[in-house]
Design a protein. Sequence first.
Length: 245
Amino acid sequence: MSGHSKWANIKHKKGKMDALRGKVTTKIGRELTVAARMGGADPTGNMRLKLALQKAKENNIPKDNIQRAIQKGIGSLDGSNYEELVYEGYGPAGVAVMVEVMTDNRNRTAADVRHLFSKYSGNLGESGCVSWIFDKKGLFVIEKTAAVDEEELMMLSLEAEADDFKVEDDEFEITVAPECFYSFQEVLEKNGIKTSLAEITMIPQTTVALSGDDATRMMKLMDALEEHDDIQEVYANFDIPEDLM
């Protein structure tokens, strides 16, 4: 798998562990609130809310928490007024890093993010310095099993006009345009094909291979950024062997 997808898979599994500690619950709650505020409480016409609800379901977030977050978004309940920001910068060895933030205190968050980049041999850059490296895509990762026929999966991907279809050692990796995410997800479900990962994400056009101390520092930077309460998502174009991750 590509460096991005390996990390996405590990992060997905880690996210379920984080959910037990409440961290993912808080972050998804913020996303539900902002999605509802921007597009209303009906997921049918609100793709962002629909995706947030899917994340909530995957992480077993209680229905009461979900409803409360949505109610805050549409103004039925009082809640913090979160501001959405994107920070861009460089990690060890020039790895491109994008950080999506929701915060009620821009100055606090900016100082924290700058400190974390500096602490792990990186630096915060100007807006737009690395965003051009990433493309927004729907990503599906499917494990190779006896129940999954490669030719059938490839035909389904072609019919759905997928952007890319990769065959790895033990997995298939398919990318689609963001607007095709749910339609392709429905196709997979109708054909009984289960995904180990399905998300709309930012995929790098090129990657930077890391090893040794650079790899260690990069992993520490990713963990520190993703542990921060105000940070929703972190994207980077590193490629590190899976055993090191």
